[in-house]
Design a protein around this ligand. Structure first.
Ligand SMILES: NC(=O)c1ccc[n+]([C@@H]2O[C@H](COP(=O)([O-])OP(=O)(O)OC[C@H]3O[C@@H](n4cnc5c(N)ncnc54)[C@H](OP(=O)(O)O)[C@@H]3O)[C@@H](O)[C@H]2O)c1
Length: 337
């Protein structure tokens, strides 16, 4: 028996902002899974900013996509056919299947999702890669101490929202930069941040000086560009800067020149360090997921998902990451159980 499948492939490299023309929908038939393999029906597909980097020709920290190759990405799904002794039909799994409705994977390639009181979609967000990024980046590199001031950019997003909340749990004063007033209200009123700056309408420099009169001890950088330039000029003595993402530059058609204000690191004797979530390993990841999960159960951490219905909408939804239209972890609901 075969299964009718559809997947999204990259049909051309984007120049600047990605758009629908850079993707094509491909139909195929999948054969039955072989010994040790399972057929997975995708329930949720995650859309993440790093995928833009994979669409770029040229070197990155992971190989780029070739034309007509399936778009890269993680999904959570349900096992519909199993030829594996380890994973029965009906199991929920997380897998690097890409932008696809169905996939065949060997049982060693997927993570079986244990029963949890949290929705399975969270294993692509707050209890998945973005959650681990926030946790490890902040705690391993930022090393927050009570009373310190932290600034996080893209503060209402999948990574930024958790960074700010973990910093609050650790007793920090937390400032977030966001792209609109609804997000600003959300991070203050729902997530408990101390201050929010709408970088599109407010004078960032003035607000940073007002909210961080003694300088910034930790900057968790998700965006790069002008926001980061301003923050680097306002570091406190022995500050830590975590370079997690540079989303303001992902669609740049020319490589930016800079940074030009690194003198501030000398003045304040600060450290700046890039981070990659894939470097922390299973043992640390398990501790992190258990802790975040408990914080959610205890009401100390909240999360927001932005769920777009329909596999056909994946390319247009992807653009929302770069316009700021997404609000929370961006997911595509592909099908129901
Ligand atoms: N190093 C790692 O291992 C790792 C792992 C995961 C994620 N990341 C990085 O972490 C960052 C956040 O990822 P996420 O998944 O949490 O995404 P997200 O914050 O949920 O969504 C992206 C947000 O970025 C903001 N943004 C978009 N264009 C911008 C621009 N030109 N200037 C300033 N802000 C802009 C928008 O928020 P506003 O409306 O507030 O502008 C948008 O909603 C990304 O840079 C991503 O690449 C790194």
């Amino acid at each position: 028996m075969t299964t009718d499948n559809q997947y999204w492939a990259m049909s051309s490299h984007p120049e600047g902002m990605p758009n629908k023309e850079n993707f094509k929908l491909v139909s195929e038939k999948l054969d039955e899974p072989q010994f040790g393999q399972i057929l997975i029906k995708t329930l949720y597909l995650t859309l993440d900013p790093y995928m833009r980097g994979r669409m770029r020709p040229g070197p990155s920290y992971a190989p780029g996509l070739k034309i007509d190759e399936i778009m890269t990405g993680e999904i959570v799904g349900i096992v519909e056919i199993s030829n594996s002794k380890k994973i029965p039909i009906g199991s929920f799994v997380r897998s690097r299947s890409g932008w696809t409705k169905y996939s065949i994977k060997s049982d060693s390639e997927v993570t079986v999702l244990e029963n949890s009181s949290h929705s399975i979609s969270t294993s692509l967000g707050v209890l998945g890669m973005p959650g681990l990024t926030a946790y490890h980046g902040l705690l391993e590199i930022g090393k927050p101490k009570a009373g310190e001031t932290l600034v996080v950019s893209a503060a209402s997003g999948a990574v930024g929202a958790l960074v700010g909340q973990i910093a609050k749990i650790n007793g920090c004063r937390v400032v977030g930069t966001v792209g609109n007033d609804i997000k600003a209200r959300y991070i203050k009123e729902e997530l408990g941040f101390d201050f929010a700056i709408n970088y599109k309408t407010e004078n960032i420099e003035k607000k940073i000086k007002e909210f961080c009169p003694n300088g910034i001890d930790i900057y968790f950088d998700n965006v790069g560009g002008e926001i980061t330039d301003i923050i680097l000029n306002n570091l406190a003595y022995k500050a830590r800067v975590i370079v997690c993402g540079q989303i303001s530059l992902y669609n740049a058609t020319k490589q930016p020149i800079g940074p030009r204000n690194l003198w501030s690191l000398i003045r304040t004797q600060s450290k700046i360090e890039g981070m990659l979530v894939s470097e922390y390993g299973d043992k640390k990841n398990k501790v992190a997921i258990d802790r975040i999960s408990k914080w959610i159960s205890d009401g100390k951490v909240k999360y927001k998902e932005d769920i777009v219905e329909g596999f056909e909408n994946a390319p247009s939804a992807f653009e929302r990451l770069f316009t700021g239209e997404n609000f929370g972890k961006l997911l595509i609901k592909v099908s129901s159980v």
